[in-house]
Design a protein around this ligand. Structure first.
Ligand SMILES: [Zn+2]
Length: 321
């Protein structure tokens, strides 16, 4: 066994290191190592329970971010509300006044189809917040585009309103001062047979040869002798979704393609087709649907209107059943 020495600074000589002092060094080293291990254990436990300063900053930033997203989502909800008020006013007032159909909800609410536009936002801890906000914003943008197009149309219509007023079928098709011998649009019962059928227009009874007038400005699209029930008939396209039809004529005063003005002579009353007496069967179509012509006559006072309604319900229709 080798002998170990240590240098003694006080005596300036070498002392023999005894077993006792070596044991002390080992003991000290063990204590030192143990304290490091304990420190590490403490650090791990501590950091599990408490945040480091950096984590605290990040957590504050994260909760700020979450708060901001919540605020954004509330702001977007406000924008939604305002936008829906604008859309409602557009559909219920502007478009109604200018006789445009309301924009269907399916178009107003339509989203973006096809590719996943939000892929770049996936895979983050708060992806759901970012994707929800991005989707919401996109939806609003889409609705604003639809709204903007609608306003273009509304402006166009407002500018065309004067022409629209002239084109609308607004007078009776024959001179009808007495407001007699008219039969009404709608469901009619046969006076004897006891069953009903819809009548798609109004019948104005008059002598053969009585003048028939265009009820609004437009273009003649048909002036022909049909094999169907209408006999000789004229169809005028007035634009703005309006067409009028005049049936059972005796003669034509216009050709297909003719431009006509309201009040212009277009033909004469006859008894052609499935007619049971000289009359003109008059129809108004709005966007392809039959509508009651009586609602469009502007050549009637309120009293005359009531009279015409009463009279038209009294008289039977003048076509074969
Ligand atoms: Zn009829």
């Amino acid at each position: 066994m080798s002998i170990k020495y240590s240098y003694n600074k006080e005596t300036l000589s070498y002392d023999v290191i005894t077993t006792t002092s070596r044991k002390k060094i080992i003991k000290w080293a063990v204590m030192f190592a143990a304290s490091i291990v304990i420190s590490i254990v403490y650090y791990v436990i501590y950091s599990r329970i408490y945040d480091t300063p950096k984590e605290r900053i990040l957590n504050t930033q994260l909760s700020d971010l979450m708060f901001n997203y919540q605020m954004l989502s509330q702001e977007l909800a406000h924008i939604d509300q305002t936008l829906s008020d604008i859309q409602k006013r557009d559909d219920d007032i502007y478009r109604t006044v200018l006789e445009s159909n309301p924009i269907p909800a399916s178009i107003r609410q339509a989203g973006f189809g096809g590719v996943n536009r939000y892929e770049h936002l996936e895979g983050y801890q708060n992806s759901y917040l970012m994707i929800a906000a991005a989707k919401h914003t996109d939806r609003i943008i889409k609705q604003l585009v639809v709204q903007s197009i609608s306003y273009d149309e509304v402006i166009e219509k407002a500018l065309n309103k004067e022409q629209m007023a002239l084109s609308r079928p607004a007078i009776q098709p024959i001179s009808n001062k007495k407001l007699k011998a008219v039969s009404s649009f709608g469901w009619r019962m046969h006076p004897k047979l006891g069953y009903g059928r819809p009548h798609t227009g109004m019948d104005f009874s008059a002598d053969t040869g009585t003048e028939i007038f265009a009820t609004g400005d437009g273009t003649v699209v048909k002036a022909e002798h049909t094999s169907g029930g209408y006999g000789k008939m004229i169809v005028i396209d007035h634009g703005f979704g309006y067409q009028t039809l005049y049936g059972h004529l005796n003669s034509f005063a216009v050709l297909p393609g003719s431009e006509v003005k309201r009040g212009q002579l277009i033909g004469t009353v006859g008894n052609t087709g499935l007619s049971v007496g000289p009359h003109v069967h008059y129809e108004v179509h709005k966007n392809g649907q039959h509508v009651n012509p009586i609602n469009y006559f502007q050549d009637l006072s309120p009293e005359e209107y009531v009279l015409l309604v009463e009279e038209s319900l009294k008289n039977d229709i003048l076509e074969k059943w």
